[in-house]
Design a binder for this molecule. Structure first.
Ligand SMILES: CC(C)(COP(=O)(O)OP(=O)(O)OC[C@H]1O[C@@H](n2cnc3c(N)ncnc32)[C@H](O)[C@@H]1OP(=O)(O)O)[C@@H](O)C(=O)NCCC(=O)NCCS
Length: 380
C-alpha cells in the first residue's frame, strides 16, 4: 500500500468502522442499543447502574455475590483526597462544573494507588474508583460553589442515591433515585461516540486511564455531543421566560439555520431507544412534581421538528426536562452524563489495552502541491 494518501475521508468519519469491540451493539435502522448483547430496554426495566457497570467491565451479568462485592468496592472508593476537595474549593466561583470535573479527574491520578500500573486488573480498579469519584466531584463541587457544607456518602445506598444525597444533602425519594438510576443506565455506553473514541485514542498510546478519561470529558463537553442536554434546557427556559410559543421559537431557530439541540443522530435513522425511556420519565416526573410544562413544551417541539425536518429526538432532548424536574441545575446536566458514561469509557479503555495497537489513521492531503518553494523572509 502506498504511504501517500489518495482516498477521500468521509467528513466526520461517517460510516467508518474504526475498531472492533465486544461492548456495545447499535442497529441505527431498527433503533436497537444493547450492552454486551442485552437490550437497553431490558436493562432500563430490570437492572440498576451498578449491575450495568459490572456487565460493561466484566462482559457478563454478575451473580448476587459479585454484585454485592461491586457495591462494597464502589462504597470503599467513595472518597476524595483532601487535595482534590481543596482544588474544588479553589476553583473560580463561576467555573463551569464540566471544566472543574475535567481538571479534577486529571488531578485524581496524583492520588491513585495504581497510578503507575496500566494492566487489566489495575484498570478495572481505576474504573471502579473513577466511577465513585466522578459522581462525588460533580455533587460536591455544586455544594462548594453554593457555600453549602459537604455531605458524607452512605454505604447502604445505591450509586444513584448517593449522588443525590451528596448533591442535595438529603436522602432522595425512591422515585428520584430510580429515575436517576435509569438515566445512568441509558447513558452508560454508546459504542464509538466522540468521547469514547477520544478515550480509546489516548489509551492506545499506552498513556493511562486518567489521561484517557480526561480526553473523553473534554470531548463530551461540546454541544454536538453531551453538551446538547444543557443547550436543550436553555431553550426551554428561554421559551418559558419569554412566554413564546415553543413551535414559533424553534421555527425561528430553523429560519436562522440554527440546529435544534436534542435532535438528530449520526447513527440512528429512527427513534433513539434511550429517548423512548426518557420521554416517559420526563412526562411522569413532570406530572408527579407538579411541573408538567417542561414536558408539554418538549412534546410540542418534538412533534414540530419531526414533521418539519424529519429529525427524531435523541438522548439529550428529554433528559433535559427530566433532570430539571429532579431539581438539578442546568450546568450539571452534562457532568451527570459523565457520571454515567465513565462506566462505558472505562470499559473501552480496558478493552483497548487488553489488545492494543496504536490508533494512528491518515489524513487526505489537500494543501499546496509538494514541493512548494521556501520563500526567504525578505522576498515574501
Ligand atoms: C448529532 C449531530 C451532530 C449528528 O450530525 P451529523 O451526522 O454530522 O449530521 P449533520 O450535522 O451533517 O446534519 C445533516 C443534516 O441534518 C440537519 N440537522 C441535523 N441535526 C439537526 C438539528 N438538530 N437541527 C436542525 N437540523 C439538523 C443538518 O443541518 C444537515 O442539513 P443539511 O444537509 O441541509 O445541511 C446533529 O444531528 C446535531 O448537531 N444535533 C444537535 C446536537 C445534539 O443533539 N447532539 C447530541 C447528539 S446525541
Amino acid at each position: 500500500m502506498s504511504s501517500v494518501t489518495t482516498t477521500h475521508a468521509p467528513k466526520g468519519l461517517e460510516g467508518v468502522v474504526a475498531t472492533s469491540s465486544k461492548i456495545c451493539f447499535i442497529d441505527g435502522d431498527r433503533g436497537v442499543l444493547a450492552y454486551r448483547g442485552i437490550d437497553i430496554h431490558e436493562l432500563a426495566d430490570h437492572s440498576n447502574f451498578e449491575e450495568t457497570c459490572y456487565l460493561l467491565w466484566y462482559g457478563k451479568l454478575p451473580t448476587r455475590q459479585e454484585l454485592r462485592q461491586l457495591h462494597e468496592r464502589l462504597a470503599e472508593e467513595r472518597k476524595l483526597d483532601a487535595s482534590v476537595i481543596t482544588l474544588l474549593r479553589n476553583a473560580p466561583r463561576e467555573a463551569l462544573p464540566m471544566d472543574v470535573l475535567r481538571t479534577a479527574v486529571s488531578a485524581l491520578s496524583f492520588y491513585d494507588p495504581d497510578e503507575k500500573t496500566n494492566d487489566h486488573n489495575a484498570n478495572v480498579a481505576k474504573a471502579i474508583r473513577l466511577t465513585s469519584q466522578i459522581a462525588m466531584i460533580v455533587a460536591l463541587y455544586d455544594r462548594v460553589r453554593k457555600g453549602k457544607p459537604l455531605v458524607e456518602p452512605d454505604r447502604s445506598l445505591s450509586h444513584a442515591a448517593n449522588f443525590l444525597l451528596l448533591l442535595n444533602g438529603t436522602k432522595p425519594s425512591g422515585t428520584a433515585e430510580r429515575a436517576l438510576d435509569i438515566a445512568l443506565i441509558l447513558h452508560a455506553d454508546h459504542e464509538l461516540n466522540a468521547s469514547t473514541f477520544a478515550a480509546r485514542v489516548t489509551a492506545a498510546t499506552l498513556s493511562d486511564m486518567h489521561s484517557a478519561i480526561t480526553s473523553a470529558i473534554g470531548a463530551l463537553k461540546g454541544p454536538l455531543h453531551g453538551g446538547a442536554n444543557e443547550a436543550v434546557f436553555r431553550i426551554l427556559e428561554t421559551i418559558a421566560s419569554s412566554r413564546t410559543n415553543p413551535v414559533e421559537h424553534v421555527k425561528g431557530m430553523l429560519a436562522q439555520k440554527k440546529k435544534i439541540p436534542g435532535f438528530g443522530h449520526r447513527v440512528y435513522h429512527t427513534e433513539d431507544p434511550r429517548a423512548t425511556h426518557l420521554r416517559g420519565m420526563s412526562r411522569d416526573l413532570g406530572q408527579s412534581s407538579g411541573q408538567p410544562k417542561w414536558f408539554e413544551m418538549s412534546q410540542d417541539i418534538e412533534a414540530f421538528v419531526k414533521a418539519e425536518k424529519k429529525l427524531n429526538a435523541n438522548v439529550d432532548f428529554y433528559s433535559a426536562s427530566t433532570y430539571h424536574v429532579l431539581g438539578i441545575d442546568v450546568d450539571l446536566f452534562t457532568p451527570i452524563f459523565a457520571v454515567s458514561r465513565i462506566s462505558g469509557w472505562a470499559a473501552h479503555v480496558i478493552e483497548q489495552l487488553d489488545d492494543n495497537r496504536l490508533i494512528r489513521p491518515r489524513a487526505e492531503y489537500l494543501g499546496p502541491q509538494y514541493p512548494a518553494p521556501y520563500v526567504p523572509m525578505d522576498q515574501r
